[in-house]
Design a protein around this ligand. Structure first.
Ligand code: TLP
Length: 349
């Protein structure tokens, strides 16, 4: 039997409809701008985000890093949350590719606000290059899938605009933010100059992300993508699956969120597990197993024995992510496996 894989929403497999679309996709050389499926995906992505243009990129990391490179110049500072993906999980590329430094802001829930950003904003002088960009992650992965409120984003937008600063949104899971808030993606995107969203996270497509912004920004982004080796030629086979994902998958998100909340409530009732179910707003469930006497690694090993996969993302911190390839019964199985892992003595896995 296949394990219940809750390590990430990146693990989803393309649906039969996606596979059919991939098989039938019209393709051409995308570096020449001649792949009709990629062109259609970019048009659709831009329309959904309410931006002038979009570029299809192989990954969320590439989308974010291209955005940072285009918005900034070397020596500048990027204000972002301390646990943001661009800082913790993108291989230091904001320094390596863009020559920038991160001015991180500590938060309790991953969400920046203008009050915490404002004191870090500075112009350039004889001694420093100053702020180049504000980056927000929505939903915030490491903070447990928290979504920014529209009010907070509007304040950030007003403050950054007055300061003449660009905002990039890492919206890898922006469709989850939109579902949690009950607002269209374009309203969220309107609070940033550029937005990356992932087709392969939470939308079920096999590969790819879309970077959106103004036409001038995307023209530059396209050159940066080529420079990084991201010109993918007959990428229409991938874009075709992405188009299906954009069409079909948002409808699945409410059930995916309900599963995460169900799992969080179940976990809250298990002695030894520390979790605040009220903090689970979308599809990411973090919990702490310190109270069980097991390390996160041991705990994950024990779950694996029961056919449930999770990620250890700290000494005693575990992440589970619900997605469209798991259902309520799978979450019940996961909760039962967690109960039995808590009951078992500490074995070295
Ligand atoms: N996140 C992955 C891991 O890298 C942690 C995951 O399993 O959640 N932004 C955010 C907010 C992300 O969560 C991720 C992937 C990315 C960007 C990068 O996307 P990819 O993996 O496509 O480069």
């Amino acid at each position: 039997m296949n394990p219940v894989d809750l390590r990430s929403d990146t693990v989803t497999r393309p649906t039969p409809e996606m596979r059919r679309a991939m098989y039938e996709a019209q393709v051409g050389d995308d570096v020449f701008g001649e792949d009709p499926s990629v062109n259609a995906l970019e048009e659709r992505g831009a329309a959904i985000a309410g931006k002038e243009a979009a570029v299809f990129v192989p990954s969320g990391t590439m989308g974010n890093q291209i955005a940072i490179a285009v918005h900034t110049s070397p020596g500048q500072e990027i204000i972002c949350e301390e646990h943001s993906h661009v800082v913790l999980y993108e291989m230091g590329m904001l320094a390596r590719l863009s020559g920038c430094v991160a001015r991180t802001v500590a938060t309790t829930d991953g969400r920046l606000d203008w009050e915490s950003v404002r004191p870090r904003v500075r112009g350039s002088s004889d001694h420093f290059r100053g702020t180049g960009l504000v980056e927000v992650e929505n939903t915030h992965n490491y903070a447990g899938g928290r979504a920014y409120s529209m009010e907070s984003l509007a304040q950030l937008r007003a403050g950054t605009r007055a300061a003449g600063l660009a905002v990039h949104m890492d919206g890898a899971r922006v469709f989850h933010a939109a579902a949690a808030l009950g607002v269209p993606v374009r309203e969220i995107a309107a609070t940033a100059d550029s937005l990356t969203f992932c087709l392969s996270k939470g939308l079920g497509a096999p590969v790819g992300s879309v970077l959106t912004g103004s036409r001038a920004f995307i023209n530059e982004a396209r050159l940066a993508r080529k420079a990084l080796g991201g010109g993918m030629r007959q990428a229409g086979v991938l874009a075709a699956a992405g188009l299906v994902a954009l069409e079909r998958s948002p409808a699945n998100i409410p059930a995916v969120h309900a599963d995460a909340k169900f799992l969080a409530r179940e976990l809250a009732a298990i002695p030894g597990i520390a979790i605040d179910p009220a903090a689970v707003e979308t599809n990411i469930v973090f919990y702490d197993v310190a109270g069980t006497g097991l390390s996160a690694k041991q705990f994950v090993g024990s779950l694996r024995e029961s056919g449930v996969l999770a990620l250890a993302l700290g000494p005693t911190r575990i992440r589970m992510v619900t997605h469209q390839d798991v259902n309520r019964a799978d979450c019940e199985k996961a909760a039962a496996a967690i109960k039995s892992a808590c009951a078992s003595p500490a074995i070295a896995y």
